[in-house]
Write a protein that binds this ligand. Structure first.
Ligand SMILES: *Cc1c(COP(=O)(O)O)cnc(C)c1O
Length: 400
């Protein structure tokens, strides 16, 4: 990991002072060069389709503004968020790329969104709210109509689709909105052998055709998330919505992201807070669910569930001075323990860096497997207590 970048202040998380070795205790190192490289790889894969960088949930825990900027620099032409409030923060940071928000309530600030040139997804009930907000903002809304092709979450049902198209066409005729997109979301694209993705694409094609028949001049048809980007070229349409792959992670069980030329953007690390020799039979952490099998050294790592580690990640791997150890006993709020074995250099290990996951250490997926979760959740839940450090790695372009 190399020098800090000028983006440091754009990160929405507290930042670590990296000037001397002793000034950091735990951190998530975010390699923006890897983010750029991931965008370029996906851009090549999906061309001529455009890439939307999905930066909801503060960029899956990586920092939405810094990731957005890096993604745009590397050729992403759109940004996407779940909430309008997330999108407004991106606009406040000065990013002007086309930006879509897709999950609303009747508390959503639609008028502010329209004034900030944020495109709005509409599944049904939002249409009238968006039209009223456009009237108040004295500016037409840019709308992407969402069709539920099988996921069963948001989106219009097929049964209500033509009515939605008709209502949107009326509002468009009144000058209150422009329907610029039709989109949907996939349910099982991370399991390429399942048949439902074909069914969803067929339903999507029908919904798009009806929208075109209704006279809309669509800029973007989009349905692909990261798994479909990597496994379904027939799902790329005009644009793909790149989330997990932007952060260099693979959505497929047992598949290394390197297979797709993707590099993980987050490295989570801390420093060994204590080392001590204990006898055989020593119980470890709350509940004493682990007992040492021999005289050994225990190492204490000062991160826990308040830092976003899953409390259930028993036996997750941690890399210390090039060797892998396992989480032993329950992860507590602030700390957990690894069993270092009997033969260690105590002086070298106390204060050494422990890499929980990232380049040069275990993978996010190993932590997800240990916790019964997915890599998406592991990075996204790393809490604001962990300072983010933005770097430009040695990979790809030289950075700035
Ligand atoms: C989160 C999200 C994505 C990104 O999915 P990935 O699998 O992370 O690429 C795309 N579209 C929608 C609607 C989403 O909510």
């Amino acid at each position: 990991m190399s020098a800090q970048t000028s983006h440091q202040s754009e990160n929405s998380y507290p930042t670590a002072d990296e000037t001397t070795k002793s000034h950091w205790e735990r951190r998530a190192v975010i390699d923006l060069a890897n983010v750029r490289e991931n965008v370029k790889r996906v851009g090549e894969l999906v061309a001529p389709a455009a890439v939307m960088a999905v930066v909801k949930a503060d960029g899956y825990g990586h920092g939405a503004v810094a990731v957005s900027r890096a993604a745009i620099q590397a050729g992403a032409s759109w940004l996407g968020c779940a909430h309008v409030t997330e999108a407004l923060k991106i606009r406040e940071a000065g990013l002007e790329a086309p930006l879509l928000a897709w999950l609303h309530t009747d508390g959503t600030p639609f008028e502010e969104a329209i004034s900030a040139n944020i495109d709005l997804a509409v599944s049904g009930w939002e249409l009238d709210h968006v039209a009223n907000a456009a009237q108040a903002a004295a500016q037409p809304a840019r709308v992407h109509l969402k069709i539920d092709t099988g996921l069963g979450r948001n989106g219009s049902t097929a049964a209500q689709w033509e009515e939605l198209l008709g209502r949107a066409a009326s509002y468009q005729d009144e000058g209150l909105m422009r329907v610029v997109g039709v989109f949907s979301h996939l349910a099982v694209a991370d399991e390429p052998e399942r048949p439902e993705t074909d069914e969803q694409l067929k339903a999507f094609n029908e919904a798009v055709a009806l929208a075109e028949d209704a006279g809309f001049d669509l800029e973007v048809r989009h349905i692909a998330n990261t798994p479909a980007i990597l496994s379904r070229p027939d799902a790329h349409y005009d644009m793909v919505r790149l989330g997990l792959g932007l952060y260099g992670l693979s959505p497929f069980a047992g598949e290394d992201p390197a297979r797709y030329g993707l590099r993980p953007a987050m490295t989570l690390e801390s420093r060994i807070a204590n080392v001590k020799k204990v006898p055989a039979g020593q119980g470890v952490s709350y509940g004493l669910h682990y007992h040492t099998s021999e005289e050994t050294y225990l190492g204490l790592i000062p991160m826990g569930y308040a830092d976003g580690l899953p409390r259930t990640a028993n036996n997750a791997p941690v890399s210390i001075l090039g060797k892998t150890y396992l989480v032993r006993g329950t992860i507590a709020m602030d700390q957990f323990v690894v069993d270092l074995g009997p033969d260690i250099d105590v002086a070298a290990i106390l204060g050494a860096t422990a890499i929980l996951f990232g380049e040069g250490g275990p993978s996010v997926t190993e932590w997800a497997d240990a916790a019964g979760s997915v890599n998406y959740e592991i990075v996204t839940r790393i809490s604001p207590r962990v300072p983010r450090r933005l770097v430009e790695g040695t990979w790809g372009e030289s950075g700035e």
